[in-house]
Design a protein around this ligand. Structure first.
Ligand SMILES: [Zn+2]
Length: 630
């Protein structure tokens, strides 16, 4: 579960306010921002669907019923759902957007179960965003002044024409102390607002001056496209500041979350299920212009866990969990360091992380200049799995012509293989490593097993266990099913009716289904008192050897929670389990709807469509429950 979703739950919007937002929102107006609509007769409107490629309009909006639906791809819902899908916003963000548009002041329900949340006062965000929007206009106008010539030259030398500069909103901070500050003060922004926004700062004499001077500026936007800060490149030799300067931490600019280019890249990231992480503003521009529209960059900080959180939402919004993160590096040394660090970061992403190292130590911007757009696309296409990359670099440091060198390389590389979460892939890497080292498989395998024993996998803190008899742990759905079954076996009193309410059909993995059925056959969790007798009853009810073995394993495997499990944890686990199954059914239903001819089978079409809408509603409720509500 994402921390930000939990935080969101803590500031839940009152139901009556959500209803008011729905009522006061013109669905046609909201959709018209992104889709051109024309009359479809009967008061309805139609246009080209933003969610699938089409040449004739099958995307319909009914202002009277306050819904939209697409006959082509089966997408549909209300105005909130439209913003969620089209802009990749969360439910809360969508409601906030629509509320701002309709001039509705939202009220939030504080959730006392969670830590108090420091939600900025309502209105402050809007003021800071407005100040930035005014600053973007000011800086953009400055870019065509005489003093901005070095800025224009900088862009031109890197292959960016005027249209490119426009598209990214590039600007110039003039050679003046307080031109922007005065301009914004005249527009009614207060001293405090400008300081809080990071646009101005107090000088030594106490007067307010501009933060950026004599620099080329890139506006940095959040997911929704609002400008929340700037990146500023040094242009003059006598500027003794750092090469790049960014907006400091503010209530709206958190550098650990910010990804430059995300506003332009998010649709393609979601569509392609992949994201390319580059190192600078010019690299993002170069990639987008070269036909790699999924590129983003961190701003003045290394790629970290919070960035992964932002991207997960986009990547998981596609149908599977198989999103790819591709890092580009312009030098082998830097790349190696970063790749190895990635092993330490988010283990869940190791298997889906790829490395693209550009030739001749060029960054994507330089590569595009020197060799053209195709070379940039080729760089990304030639990506290599992180594990392969890391292993290659690890063993290349040793002299493999000597026995000592080979043994040492094996010792250093074994822990990397042991860290691979996807256990099914380990044997493959053991063989590969043995081949690369020119050694027999057995000693390499022993070294990997020894390394694995030293670090229990799966985040469990219990004693080292023998290998599981299990289905693989690489899929989040398998993991959550396993967790639910552990709760049923280890904490039946706690799991109680919440566990029993979710039937075997909601489990995806066959052996989990067998085990779930065995729990029911043993009388159900709600009647159990726990202990060894209960475990025995479930084991006896299994008519499958694999399931019997799994009972023994799950009865002792530590729960994936720090501290004692509580009803909230059971609720979250069961919601996540069902969410996986509901999203699977939604996928099936969508594909079924897609195969129906909506004209000749109108009744069936609308019946299925209604079913889809209610399933989607159910999925949303489960998602909220999974995010921590009860
Ligand atoms: Zn469509």
């Amino acid at each position: 579960m994402y921390a930000e979703e939990v935080a969101e739950m803590a500031g839940r919007i009152r139901d009556e306010d959500i209803a008011l937002v729905r009522e006061r929102t013109s669905i046609a107006e909201v959709i018209s921002d992104t889709v051109t609509l024309k009359s479809a007769g009967g008061g309805n409107l139609k246009g080209l669907c933003p969610f699938h490629d089409e040449k004739s309009p099958s995307f319909n909006v009914s202002p009277a019923r306050n819904v939209w639906y697409c006959f082509g791809c089966g997408a549909g819902g209300d105005a909130i759902k439209f913003l969620m899908d089209a802009e990749h916003l969360s439910f809360i963000e969508s409601v906030e957007r629509l509320a701002a548009r309709a001039g509705i002041q939202l009220r939030y329900v504080e959730d006392d179960r969670s830590a108090p949340r420091t939600r900025p006062q309502q209105g402050q965000r809007q003021r800071l965003v407005a100040a930035h929007a005014a600053a973007v206009e000011f800086y953009r106008a400055q870019l065509s002044t005489a003093g901005a010539r070095p800025a224009r030259e900088f862009l031109a030398q890197r292959g960016f024409d005027r249209a490119a500069a426009e598209r990214y909103g590039c600007g110039f901070a003039p050679d003046a102390w307080d031109l922007l500050t005065k301009h914004l003060r005249q527009q009614g922004f207060t001293h405090d607002e400008l300081v809080t926004a990071g646009l101005s700062r107090p000088s030594r004499s106490g007067s307010l001056i501009d933060r950026f001077r004599r620099r080329l500026l890139w506006p940095i936007r959040d997911l929704t496209g609002d400008v929340i800060g700037f990146g500023a490149r040094k242009l003059f030799d006598d500027d003794d500041g750092p090469k790049y300067l960014n907006t400091p931490e503010t209530p709206i600019y958190k550098k650990s979350h910010v990804l430059y280019g995300i506003d332009q890249a998010k649709r393609e990231i979601a569509k392609q299920g992949k994201v390319v992480v580059v190192e600078g503003y010019t690299d993002v521009m170069a990639c987008h212009l070269a036909g790699v529209p999924t590129a983003v960059a961190t701003c003045g900080t290394a790629f970290g866990a919070d960035h992964i959180g932002v991207l997960r939402r986009l990547l998981l919004d596609t149908d599977a969990v198989a999103g790819e993160i591709i890092f580009t590096f312009d030098g082998d040394a830097a790349g190696q360091k970063a790749a190895l660090r990635a092993f330490e970061d988010d283990q869940r992403f190791v298997g889906r992380t790829f490395i693209a190292v550009s030739p001749d130590s060029m960054d994507p911007c330089e590569l595009r200049l020197a060799k053209g757009d195709l070379a940039v696309r080729d760089l990304v296409a030639r990506r290599e799995p992180l594990v392969d990359f890391a292993l290659r670099h690890m063993i290349n440091r040793y002299d493999l012509d000597t026995v000592d060198g080979r043994v040492e390389a094996m010792r250093r590389a074994a822990p990397l293989v042991a860290k691979i979460k996807d256990r099914e892939k380990r044997p493959e890497y053991v063989r590969k490593l043995a081949g690369d080292l020119g050694m027999e498989i057995e000693p390499v395998q022993r070294a990997v097993l020894a390394a694995a024993a030293g670090q229990p996998a799966g985040g469990a803190t219990g004693p080292a266990r023998s290998g599981p008899v299990t289905p693989t742990l690489d899929s989040p759905q398998s993991m959550v099913e396993r967790e639910a079954l552990k709760l049923a076996l280890q904490e039946p009193v706690l799991a109680g009716p919440m566990f029993d309410a979710v039937e075997a059909g909601e489990y995806r993995h066959p052996v989990h289904q067998v085990l779930r059925a065995a729990v029911a056959a043993a009388g159900g969790v709600a009647t159990a008192t726990g202990g060894a007798v209960w475990i025995e009853q479930v084991r006896d009810a299994c008519d499958d050897l694999a399931a019997q073995a799994l009972v023994g394993e799950l009865a002792v495997e530590p729960l994936r929670i720090d501290g004692e499990p509580d009803p909230r944890y059971v609720s979250i686990t069961m919601a996540r389990l069902q969410w996986g199954s509901v999203t699977g059914r939604i996928k099936d239903l969508k594909s079924k709807i897609q195969r129906i001819n909506p004209v000749s089978n109108k009744d069936e079409y609308f019946a299925l469509f209604g079913e889809l809408l209610s399933l989607e509603q159910h999925a949303r409720a489960l998602r909220e429950q999974a995010a921590g509500g009860l």
